[in-house]
Design a protein around this ligand. Sequence first.
Ligand code: MRU
Length: 351
Amino acid sequence: MIKAVEWKESYLQLIDQTLIPSATVYKKITTIEETFEAIRNLRVRGAPAIGITAAYGLYLGMRESKASTREEFLAELSRHIEYLAEARPTAVNLFWAMDEIKERLHRSQTRDVNALKKELLTIALEIHEDDRQRCEEMANYGQEVIPEGARIITHCNTGALATGGIGTAFGVIYRAHQLGKQVSVFADETRPVLQGARLTVFELMEAGIPTTLICDNMAAALMQQRKVDLAIVGADRIAMDGSVANKIGTYNLAVLAKYHGIPFFVAAPLSTIDPEIHSGKDIPIETRPEDEIRKVFNQCLITVPSVPCWNPAFDVTPPELVSGIITEKGVLKPPYTKSIQEVLNNSLINS
Ligand code: MRU
């Protein structure tokens, strides 16, 4: 399976996702500035993949550090964390991964700066491997919601390109396919950046999963004609009340699913839940450049060049539209205020 993010002994290798599926170009990332640029410009995207990339980016930023004491080292690390935190605001995995690094280095007793640098790389590699394992667990738990022969609709891209493993929503679908459940998928194209058309279709077809591409505005007709049995999407940030921020258009799909009586599931690791945010309205939503809408894929102008555009990259689906949240610890059910709190408490006890 394709690897979106790979550590190569002395540098970070990313697939430039802005070029898929026309070309598979690997980018060598050697500095924290290049890491920032790759995240900001969607060369690497998808909440877990962004978090993993940031973890390696911090190491790239710190490996030449001239700090002579532990205190200087940690202060410089904090400045780098602040810098990378500006790359994209919604995917909480970015902040989660960097907090994890900060906390673990603060807890460690290491005073030697070279040893701290090594520790930082070790933690980044562990965050990467940890996400791979979480994807496997989500894929297994998710099987309880996928019937034989399910016709599934998904939005955006949630596969290997978006994570450190087989994916979140995509991983659940992929495992169902591996188990011979004869599933098929409708992929929303996901305007304006076309993650569905470019990336999800590419991954589904590589995996040999029967795939049909639709424009985002076709989902209603598809459901009305009873051509789809369930929806599964990923998440960029989940509030404690179960509100789900995910790629713009996810909320449309959830409203449609509710109206047509179709189950709507979200698959996300616990690292996507933000314990600091209680309600969906407090999730910060990224606004992206207006030209993403005026032009198809930054090339072909499709409107009057001066028209103002509104381009939020994510929307928030309220918890009452979500049938279940598939995590690496099981499928959470409503009421989410209770099930999310319980799963976080249990994972704290077991960590
Ligand atoms: O803007 P993107 O491409 O980073 O948005 C990605 C999504 O919305 C995904 O659905 C989400 O990150 C879950 S990925 C496992």
